[in-house]
Design a protein around this ligand. Structure first.
Ligand code: ADP
Length: 512
């Protein structure tokens, strides 16, 4: 090896010269930079096997990578070409301690070939790349954390999407700057638009019922400009179907993330059922108190007059006042009964006390209060021998309610027809009046709790509970209830209950 090589080596980056004896790799020499970098002395190195001085356990890389340095050196000798190992961990011992400094090295193995073409030695040049590796490790860590976060966000978004779908929620997105508005198909459907149709923000606002429009737009602006959470309930009229729906919307302004845009987005859901029930319940409470107040006031007046007459038991007014008081008490107890019934029915706390009875006999007995007044004529048609199985008291309640409604709502109609038919295996009982009839859009609502559909100008008293209670009673018997009505011609309310002959035991109906 010529002197110029050694001279070059002295000032070169850290390098160690090894003889090409594969597997042993005897150390020939090393330059000062190498000794400094690896914290070794030349006399400790020369003549020794490379892997004895730098044993595998200090080359703390996974075994595969440790062997790759041997492979790299062997390769360089066999191919007579420069081989590079991009980054290899070799921990440098700290003098006077048993600690090590973690370092990463880029190693190049250059074979030195003599004139006859034989490999004379190999030079391992090492370059400390710890900072680069740390930097890329840090980068990798940052990327991994970002990826984990992205995964977590995706999972949350997916869960949210499923929740939104299962709750049939709509969603919307609005660019804070451009005010570009993107509604989901479900939101379009709630506003009565087709899913392929465009629905601008202005078009959506136009469907909100006028009395709510301003408050909604103001809340949107407050959310957009002042980041105030947006949470509203309001009614809309469907663009194509003209249906009134109540919706609940919640939204929030989200600030721009890196490269993103600030946006205002949220969810919208149909709350029509709940809202209508709420409105009906509120109406019901004021109607119920009003309904109770009328007989109570009359009872109070009668009692005041009676107390003035207490010393004159023969007064002519006495029987009239007693009758009036009794009527008021009856009204109050009927209302209270309805209220109690609805409570029991809602909690399914009523039991059927079943027996076999004749439906025509029940009809005969339950409508005296109507026939005795003489304002209406009750006609009974159909199979008067039919026997049914059910709770006589509860079926009586259903019949009385249907007949009372016919009297109450079919003004100007004198005739009320009751019909009994056999619709194997059920008996069908109908109550027909010839009053004004009921508009179609009310028909499927009538049987709901608190629903009142008074479309006439006459104020009829009622709590909107009779048909609901009747429905629950009929359903508990395994029957059905319904109505057919035509405006100007009248209405027929009907229900079915099991025929007696199909009764197997006290509780179960066995159909043939
Ligand atoms: P209420 O009579 O106490 O209001 P119901 O549940 O018995 O409650 O009836 C619900 C609504 O159905 C009534 O408010 C009325 O508008 C309508 N209705 C019931 N029966 C008739 C009828 N025979 N003709 C017309 N409307 C009726």
């Amino acid at each position: 090896m010529d002197l110029s090589f050694y001279a070059y080596l002295q000032n070169a980056p850290p390098a160690i010269v090894l003889s090409p004896d594969i597997l042993r790799f005897t150390i020939i020499t090393a330059n000062p930079a190498f000794l400094e970098a690896t914290n070794t002395r030349l006399d400790e190195l020369t003549g020794k096997s490379f892997f004895n001085v730098f044993p595998e356990n200090t080359l703390v890389l996974p075994p595969k990578k440790v062997h790759s340095l041997i492979d790299c050196m062997t390769d360089a000798i066999l191919t007579k070409q420069l081989k590079i190992l991009a980054s290899q961990r070799y921990d440098v011992p700290v003098w006077g301690t048993n600690r090590f400094n973690t370092r990463y090295w880029r190693t190049s193995c250059s074979p030195i070939v003599n004139e006859s073409g034989d490999v004379q030695c190999i030079v391992l040049t090492i370059l400390d790349v710890t900072d680069d590796v740390a930097c890329s490790l840090k980068k990798r860590f940052v990327l991994e954390v970002a990826e984990e976060r992205r995964e977590a966000t995706l999972q949350i978004e997916e869960r949210l999407r499923l929740a939104i779908e299962s709750a049939e929620m709509g969603t919307w997105y609005m660019d804070v700057e451009t005010r570009g508005f993107v509604p989901s198909s479900r939101m379009k459907a709630l506003f009565g638009f087709d899913s392929q149709e465009d629905m601008s923000y202005e078009a959506a606002i136009a469907q909100i019922l006028p009395e709510y429009r301003e408050i909604v737009t103001k809340s949107v602006e407050a959310a957009l400009l002042n980041c105030i959470p947006y949470n509203m309930e309001y009614p809309i009229m469907g663009y194509h179907d003209h249906k009134i729906r109540w919706v609940r919307t919640t939204g929030k302004r989200y600030e721009a993330e890196v490269e993103g845009v600030a946006h205002f987005s949220g969810t919208i859901m149909d709350i029509t059922e709940r809202k209508l029930e709420e409105i009906r319940k509120n109406d019901f409470l004021s109607i119920a108190s009003h309904e109770l107040k009328t007989p109570l006031t009359s009872l109070k007046a009668s009692l005041q007059l009676l107390s003035r007459m207490k010393d004159n038991p023969t007064a002519a007014m006495l029987p009239k006042l007693i009758n009036q008081s009794n009527r008021s008490i009856d009204k109050i107890s009927n209302l209270v009964n309805d209220l109690l019934n609805v409570g029991r029915i809602t909690e399914n706390q009523f039991e059927l006390n079943k027996s076999v009875f004749s439906i025509s006999r029940l009809i005969d007995g339950c409508c005296d209060h109507v026939t005795s007044v003489g304002t209406h004529q009750l006609l009974l048609e159909g199979d008067q021998d039919l026997k049914v199985c059910g709770d006589e008291h509860h079926i009586d309640q259903v019949l009385v309610n249907l007949v009372n409604n016919a009297v109450k709502y079919a003004h100007g109609s004198f005739k009320i027809t009751l019909r009994i038919e056999s619709e194997y295996p059920m008996a069908k009982i109908s109550v027909q009046d010839f009053g004004p009839g009921i508009p179609k859009n009310h028909l499927d609502q009538l049987f709901k709790r608190y629903y009142r559909a008074d479309t006439t100008s006459i104020q009829n008293s009622g709590l909107g509970l009779g048909l609901y209670i009747s429905t629950e009673i009929v359903k508990k018997h395994g029957g059905q209830i319904g109505v057919i009505s035509e405006l100007g011609k009248g209405s027929t309310f009907w229900f079915t209950i099991p025929l007696a002959e199909f009764q197997n035991d006290g509780n179960t109906n066995v159909l043939a």
